[in-house]
Design a protein around this ligand. Structure first.
Ligand SMILES: [Fe+2]
Length: 339
């Protein structure tokens, strides 16, 4: 298969209170508003190469409405659409989108809406925003967390392996690692990537009956010191740390998690390995090996199992609940040493 996708370029979230979210992303995260259209607000990080990476749109609930991925070329966009339609899924072409060319929007087999696009306007900050350095789209921000870029998105699906297989076979995502429970072999987490990052798409097990949910999206900062400073700034401004700072075993990224005013979860991320192996075969991790917490010295808060929009919560997998695994299904990382 030719390489189809290149990177995650933006996420579009819905919230009942657009103004509260925008205020948060501007004042605490340090993003800049670029555009407003049809009630939605478009924001960017200083290092995002394209015009925007986050769209906050009005909606009844906190949710991931769309995730947009850039293809490798215009031909790759057509090939991706051909492959999606060959699986029996149909979508629609969208034109006139803000700062991008024709895009194909479809909803995948587990209810997640994705847009694929090749033509995206590059951003070049002017005046006060212009950087000293030619490669930078804008001057480094001094405001709030000041992430460099959008990094990844993690969704929730009722069948982690099924989700990974469809996106791998149809769109060429490389499957990088799995986490399965020690007992029962239930898959609770898988990471996939379109490039050298250890993941730009994650999937957590969703035992609820609601399709198309998401767990979080993540920003990138350059260093661990930036990440620790982000935690400090957020704490000083009344935003609690939901989990972290710490390091994931899978991917080896430093992480921290918090919530925006809509309750949607946001991660800040740095470090981690790069992986260019084209025929990488994913290893299976168990929680006790430190898949989630490299140091194996803590417990993941139960709140981390909440995905968006809210639903009836983790309950079972497609195989059903295996006797003795009920507690692990709710949060396999909730015991000391599994982080
Ligand atoms: Fe993440």
């Amino acid at each position: 298969m030719i390489k189809l996708l290149n990177q995650l370029s933006s996420v579009r979230l819905t919230t009942p209170d657009v103004d509260a979210s925008v205020r948060f992303y501007v004042e605490q995260v340090g993003m800049t508003v670029t555009d407003r259209a049809d009630g939605a607000v478009y924001l960017r990080n200083w290092g995002d190469y394209y015009r925007y990476s986050l769209v906050i749109a009005p909606g009844d609930e906190p949710a991931l409405e769309v995730m947009t991925w850039r293809t490798e070329s215009d031909a790759a966009l057509d090939e991706a659409v051909r492959r999606i339609e060959a699986t029996g899924i149909s979508g629609e072409w969208i034109t006139g989108g803000l700062a991008h060319g024709r895009a194909f929007r479809f909803t995948g087999p587990y209810g997640h809406t994705m847009e694929l696009v090749w033509e995206l306007d590059r951003y070049h900050g002017e005046g006060e925003e212009a950087s000293t350095y030619p490669d930078r789209p804008a001057r480094r921000s001094r405001d709030g967390v000041a992430p460099r870029t959008l990094d990844h998105v993690t969704i929730a699906a009722s069948d982690v392996r099924g989700f990974a297989a469809w996106y791998s076979e149809t769109l060429g995502f490389r499957i990088m690692a799995h986490t399965t429970l020690e007992h029962g072999g239930i898959s609770v987490f898988t990471v996939l990537t379109t490039n050298e990052k250890s993941h730009d798409l994650g999937v957590v097990l969703d035992g609820s009956s609601r399709a198309g949910r998401a767990n979080h999206f993540a920003y990138w900062v350059d260093t661990r010191e930036d990440l620790l400073r982000a935690a400090d700034i957020l704490m000083e401004n009344g935003t609690p740390m939901e989990y972290g700072p710490s390091i994931h075993g899978i991917g080896e990224q430093n992480f921290l998690y918090f919530r925006d005013p809509s309750t949607f979860r946001v991660e800040v991320n740095t470090g981690g390995y790069r992986n260019y192996v084209p025929d990488w075969e994913p290893y299976e991790w168990h929680p006790a090996q430190g898949s989630n917490n490299f140091y194996r010295n803590g417990q993941m808060p139960m709140s981390m199992t909440e995905s968006f929009p809210p639903a009836d919560g983790p309950s079972a997998t497609e195989e059903g609940v295996l006797p003795g695994t009920e507690d692990q299904l709710v949060n396999p990382f909730a015991r000391h040493g599994q982080g």
